[in-house]
Design a binder for this molecule. Structure first.
Ligand SMILES: [Zn+2]
Length: 467
């Protein structure tokens, strides 16, 4: 009896084992292209290109948005099939404060996701689709493989050209002459198809519906409209891609997993409170260079003190989930950390002893206080400032003013900036919100520097409060 059954059980076990590999075999197999570069070359070239890219693109320095994108990225990286994993690679994910629907990745792992891409995506899955596609270019070493095949290899420019952006939004066509056009070079159709297929496989492995990668093409087509035609025409057509990805999706089994689907909505909500992002073309035209700060919100050096005059053009910005609207010079950059928002000119901020320091700019924040008396609540705020700045002094008393159409107090403070050692003037304007908390605006500039007075007054007058 035993003898008769054993073979049957063995058979069943074998079928069970066979059934699993068979479903894997069914998905499209992808292979590496020949590559004359070493793995270490990918890492090195990508790092150099990333450093260059970070000087050309304004990063969105918001820890909440960035850590969210990082979590999605890491989930995808963990799902790269083992034959395409390289322990030497260092995948990281940063958000570029640009409006265009775009993303690019560099050899060895650095990836830059445009804010416009997150804003265009209709779900986390669609955003993850773009990222999975880009990760696939990196894992398949398409950058150095393309350089191996071709023309001009040997120069960083050719190799960094790697960067596939898949998705072009309006304005990409105008970038041909831009200094960073190199990041936007295109891969062959063959490489693009491979990145779509491996991207779909990674999506499924990470617990996402691979069809969301296809859906993202529709979303981009709808949102980019005709103006993205130039870019898309040099790529396999979105409808081809759509069909190809969906065909692959039918072969894939989606890994079960639990995700917090509210996170995407929360991050989108948060992005809505930031000022409008510039387009890539605007960034290119400005020719502005940005300080590189490895994984930090602030450049890892003292503020230069050399700052541009405030632009006479202003942009409207909504902060604190729309609770405050304010108009700031268009050449000021927004830096949000928790419940504190700075608007600063380039060169007017940096870090010192590991702390963020500001020499020029305005800061908005909401202070928790139990004091319903505005003057006493303001005293509390000044005391809290003084804890970190032993040279801080109130000069003159309180003056009545208005902020957002309501009663406010204006106090002048003097201080010695810890990073520059220069005396500075701090204006503090406070007003009570309906919930009893205090909204305050700070304007800081070196003592005697009057170039910022007009801008500060304009910012102050523009404040609208909606509590
Ligand atoms: Zn691509």
């Amino acid at each position: 009896m035993n003898r008769n059954r054993k073979p049957l059980i063995a058979w069943l076990t074998m079928i069970a084992i066979m059934a699993f590999p068979l479903s894997i075999v069914a998905q499209t197999q992808i292979k590496y292209h020949s590559n004359r570069f070493s793995i270490q070359d990918d890492v090195k070239l990508g790092r150099q290109a990333a450093q260059e890219a970070e000087q050309q693109f304004p990063l969105l320095n918001d820890s909440e948005v960035r850590s969210y994108v990082e979590r999605v990225g890491e989930r995808l990286v963990a799902a790269i099939p083992s034959q395409f994993q390289h322990p030497e690679f260092d995948y990281f994910f940063k958000v570029v404060n640009a409006r265009d629907i775009n993303a690019f990745a560099l050899p060895g792992g650095p990836m830059y996701v445009n804010r416009g891409m997150i804003e265009a995506a209709r779900s986390e899955g669609e955003m993850a689709g773009v990222m999975a596609h880009e990760i696939s270019h990196v894992a398949l070493r398409h950058g150095t493989a393309q350089a191996t095949k071709g023309q001009k290899y040997g120069t960083l420019a050719a190799i960094a050209g790697i960067a596939g952006t898949i998705f072009g939004g309006p304005g990409v066509g105008q970038l041909a002459q831009a200094p960073f056009a190199v990041y936007l070079l295109k891969f062959s159709r063959e490489y693009e198809t491979e990145a779509d297929i491996l991207g779909a496989q990674i999506m499924a492995g990470a617990g996402y519906d691979p069809r969301d990668l296809a859906n993202m093409f529709r979303t981009i087509q709808q949102q980019g409209g005709g103006s993205s035609g130039g870019f898309l025409s040099s790529h396999p057509s979105p409808s081809d891609r759509y069909a190809r990805i969906n065909r692959e999706a039918q072969l894939l089994r989606i890994n079960e997993g639990t995700r917090d689907t509210r996170e995407f909505a929360r991050v989108r909500e948060r992005l809505r409170t930031f000022g409008p992002a510039p387009t890539m073309a605007e960034i290119a035209r400005s020719g502005q260079r940005y300080p590189t700060g490895e994984n930090t919100s602030y450049p890892n050096r003292a503020p230069s003190g050399r700052v541009e005059y405030p632009s006479t053009r202003y942009q409207n910005v909504s902060i604190f989930n729309g609770g405050v609207r304010v108009s700031v010079p268009s050449n000021w950059r927004q830096i949000s950390e928790g419940s504190s928002v700075w608007f600063v000119p380039e060169g007017g901020y940096g870090s010192y002893n590991g702390q963020a320091v500001f020499t020029h700019g305005t800061n908005f924040a909401v202070a928790q206080t139990n004091n319903r008396n505005l003057q006493r609540a303001t005293d509390e705020i000044i005391q809290s400032f003084a804890q970190g700045n032993r040279n801080l002094r109130a000069s003159g008393g309180y003056q009545r003013t208005t902020l957002g159409g309501r009663q406010a107090l204006w106090t002048n403070l003097s201080n010695v900036n810890e990073a520059t050692g220069q005396p500075e003037t701090i204006r503090l304007i406070t007003t009570q919100l309906s919930n009893g908390q205090v909204l305050y605006m700070v304007a800081v500039a070196p003592q005697g520097e009057r170039n910022f007075d007009t801008a500060f007054n304009n910012v102050l007058r523009s404040v609208r409060i909606n509590d």
